[in-house]
Design a binder for this molecule. Structure first.
Ligand SMILES: Cc1cc2nc3c(=O)[nH]c(=O)nc-3n(C[C@H](O)[C@H](O)[C@H](O)COP(=O)(O)OP(=O)(O)OC[C@H]3O[C@@H](n4cnc5c(N)ncnc54)[C@H](O)[C@@H]3O)c2cc1C
Ligand SMILES: *[C@@H]1O[C@H](CO)[C@@H](O)[C@H](O)[C@H]1NC(C)=O
Ligand SMILES: *[C@@H]1O[C@H](CO)[C@@H](O)[C@H](O)[C@H]1NC(C)=O
Ligand SMILES: *[C@@H]1O[C@H](CO)[C@@H](O)[C@H](O)[C@H]1NC(C)=O
Ligand SMILES: *[C@@H]1O[C@H](CO)[C@@H](O)[C@H](O)[C@H]1NC(C)=O
Ligand SMILES: *[C@@H]1O[C@H](CO)[C@@H](O)[C@H](O)[C@H]1NC(C)=O
Ligand SMILES: *[C@@H]1O[C@H](CO)[C@@H](O)[C@H](O)[C@H]1NC(C)=O
Ligand SMILES: *[C@@H]1O[C@H](CO)[C@@H](O)[C@H](O)[C@H]1NC(C)=O
Ligand SMILES: *[C@@H]1O[C@H](CO)[C@@H](O)[C@H](O)[C@H]1NC(C)=O
Ligand SMILES: *[C@@H]1O[C@H](CO)[C@@H](O)[C@H](O)[C@H]1NC(C)=O
Length: 526
């Protein structure tokens, strides 16, 4: 009696949906050959571990508050047949679902919804099978980047994979939105390197590349998660990396000509040798020279696919202004470089790549932009001014260079359209640590002002964006009732003209719009 009352008090949506969600649970038990074992994979608010399971994969404190809408049920499948059962029972009983792999969605869409909902959490589906003879791997969607990198390194020191920098990112969401890291100028995106997949469709069927067909296989490689089905596993091509790579981070403050160097970087970064990736991380910092004085720091953060003896002459030829010296550089294996870029010290054991918990999870809001012509210095100075408006360490911009392989892949090869013609991508970030609406508003207003300020200097008509840096400010679907026109506002920013083909595929495979969220592709009819 008590738990039931508690539940009623806990959530109004629970009360109104109690009937369907009870039916849903009953359906799950019936569908499973072994109803005792599936019940161990089902969490409702009466289970004492419900909150810890929900919170485990939350990567943004904005969506970890008492007022954040919570799911009626969390299902944590152990195998494909559990995923199939969860989909068909949700269908049958009209439950809205959200799929979660690593939980890094910037707007929390994998575990938050305004509708009563169920989370299908793939955390238990995280096996990785590396075939170092054929240079491929099957990775389950709930596996993380770190797990994939670790598993590759167990088999080979000269194979890698071009996915993201952060080890805790889940491959289910990451590849569904493209996925890039320090290898993108050499090998493109994670999604460019997918060769097969296992997908549970709206009817609960399991499909592979051959049975889903090339249109659907195209759509799931970058068209956004929770839209075409649930990806259970990806088959990816691994890529060659040299036994020795070189990393460096050269930091320059305004007093050390950061403005001129960032300006110069804009002209060279996309044209460098494709073995060389140099991104710039911009922040306000306490000056290292004079106590109490703050400045802007540009960190030139780089991976080179080769040894330092080849890197130095390349830098001398293409970016001498940075003044890179041998002492700035460290040679290591590719797998060690994944730790370096994740911010771990040199001697940290590789097992840290298997740890799904980020060292510090903060409140954050982010946005993205594409830059097609170098910004004038006055724009850079405007960015510095903007960073000076916030306290140290709470605003950040990351400039990631394109060019190389990214310019060779056609805009329509997969749904991700940002290829030739882009010098670099900007990620704008605001972080904070204090709860409360005021802090939140202050930082979100700040990032919106910065975004407005940059409008004249970045891509236009439409102003382009990266779906894996999800930003609900650029437009949302009206839940369950989205017009093509409404969705094309944000859709053309993420996908350019690939949006139309995505709508076409969606209409074919999920005409009733079962898989949906605030920024999923709508079918024509909906
Ligand atoms: C700290 C941090 C670092 C990041 N670094 C990078 C980076 O270096 N490069 C980069 O490209 N991106 C990066 N990202 C962004 C990241 O790629 C996206 O947030 C990505 O969508 C996360 O995938 P996930 O599985 O962890 O997230 P989730 O929140 O679980 O999923 C994201 C979306 O995909 C859907 N989804 C999840 N799993 C599946 C599935 N199996 N089938 C179908 N749909 C699914 C979800 O419903 C949701 O809509 C970073 C994000 C964070 C928070
Ligand atoms: C949650 O509670 C129900 C009812 O007591 C139980 O059947 C189920 O096994 C519990 N779930 C887990 C994961 O323990
Ligand atoms: C979420 O909040 C709970 C407290 O309610 C806390 O224990 C947990 O560490 C938080 N997790 C994240 C990722 O913020
Ligand atoms: C999934 O696990 C259940 C036990 O929970 C088992 O009965 C079933 O055969 C498994 N299905 C597959 C496809 O492995
Ligand atoms: C490599 O691929 C071939 C052909 O597809 C296959 O026969 C072989 O078993 C694969 N190698 C391994 C180690 O699985
Ligand atoms: C900054 O640039 C100016 C002129 O371009 C040069 O004279 C000066 O030495 C540079 N300062 C540093 C710290 O490199
Ligand atoms: C920067 O300096 C201020 C004032 O001295 C201090 O309060 C703050 O902790 C410093 N921040 C960092 C990140 O060092
Ligand atoms: C790594 O090295 C640092 C000093 O360089 C030391 O303080 C730290 O304890 C070491 N960590 C581990 C895990 O060995
Ligand atoms: C995983 O990382 C988190 C955050 O750094 C840490 O608190 C935790 O102890 C680590 N877990 C293991 C098993 O190492
Ligand atoms: C859907 O949109 C149409 C037109 O905007 C409106 O008339 C209708 O009431 C909406 N339906 C729902 C369920 O919101």
């Amino acid at each position: 009696m008590f738990p039931f009352l508690f539940v009623l008090l806990l959530s109004f949506s629970w009360a109104t949906s109690a009937h369907t969600h009870e039916d849903f649970l009953e359906c799950l038990r019936l569908q499973s050959e072994d109803s005792a074992s599936i019940s161990k994979l089902i969490y409702t608010p009466i289970n004492s571990s419900y909150l810890s399971v929900l919170q485990f994969s939350i990567q943004n404190r904005r969506f970890n508050t008492t007022t954040t809408p919570k799911p009626l049920v969390i299902v944590t499948p152990l195998n494909v047949s559990h995923v199939q059962a969860a989909v068909s029972c949700s269908q049958k009983h009209g439950m809205h679902i959200r799929v979660r792999s690593g939980g890094h969605d910037y707007e929390g869409l994998s575990y938050v919804s305004v509708l009563p909902f169920v989370i299908i959490d793939l955390i238990n589906l995280q096996s990785v099978t590396v075939d170092a003879t054929n240079n491929t791997a099957w990775v389950e969607a709930g596996a993380t980047n770190g797990k994939l990198y670790y598993s590759i390194a167990q088999k080979s020191r000269t194979l890698g994979f071009p996915a993201g920098v952060c080890p805790t990112v889940g491959l289910g969401g990451h590849i569904s939105g493209g996925g890039y890291g320090l290898l993108l100028r050499k090998y493109g995106l994670a999604a460019d390197n997918v060769i097969d997949a296992q997908l549970i469709d709206v009817n609960g069927r399991i499909l592979d590349r051959a049975s889903m067909g090339e249109d659907l296989f195209w759509a799931i490689r970058g068209g956004g998660g929770n839209t075409f089905g649930i990806v259970v596993a990806w088959k990816v091509n691994l890529v060659p990396v040299p036994a020795t790579v070189t990393v460096f981070t050269v930091e320059k403050t305004l007093e050390q000509n950061a403005t001129q160097l960032v300006n110069r970087w804009q002209y060279v970064a996309d044209k460098l040798h494709e073995d060389l990736f140099i991104r710039v991380i911009l922040e306000r910092v306490n000056s290292s020279n004079r106590q109490g004085k703050t400045t802007i720091r540009a960190a030139f953060n780089s991976l080179f696919l080769g040894g330092v003896d080849r890197l130095l002459p390349l830098m001398q030829e293409s970016f001498p202004e940075l003044g890179l010296a041998k002492d700035d550089c460290t040679e290591m294996s590719w797998i060690e470089s994944t730790l370096y870029f994740a911010g771990f010290s040199r001697n940290t054991s590789l097992e840290i790549l298997l740890n799904r918990t980020q060292p510090s999870v903060r409140f954050f809001k982010a946005k993205s932009d594409y830059v097609k012509e170098p910004m004038p210095e006055v724009a850079l100075e405007g960015i510095w001014e903007s960073l000076f408006q916030l306290e140290v360490g709470s605003g950040q911009l990351i400039f990631s260079p394109y060019g190389g392989r990214m310019s060779e892949i056609s805009e329509s090869s997969i749904p991700f359209p940002h290829r030739a013609g882009n010098l670099y991508k900007i990620q704008h970030l605001a972080y904070w640590d204090e709860e409360g609406i005021e802090e939140s508003n202050r930082h979100i207003s700040w990032i919106r002002r910065l975004y407005s300020f940059l409008a004249p200097y970045v891509s236009k008509n439409p102003r382009l964006a990266y779906i894996n840096y999800r930003d609900l400010d650029i437009g949302i679907n009206n839940q369950g009732n989205t017009s093509y026109k409404q969705a094309s506002i944000w859709g053309s920013k993420y996908f350019k003209s690939n949006f139309d083909r995505l709508v076409h595929v969606k209409t074919q495979v999920d005409p009733s719009n079962f898989f949906r969220n605030e920024q999923s592709i709508p079918p024509f009819s909906a």
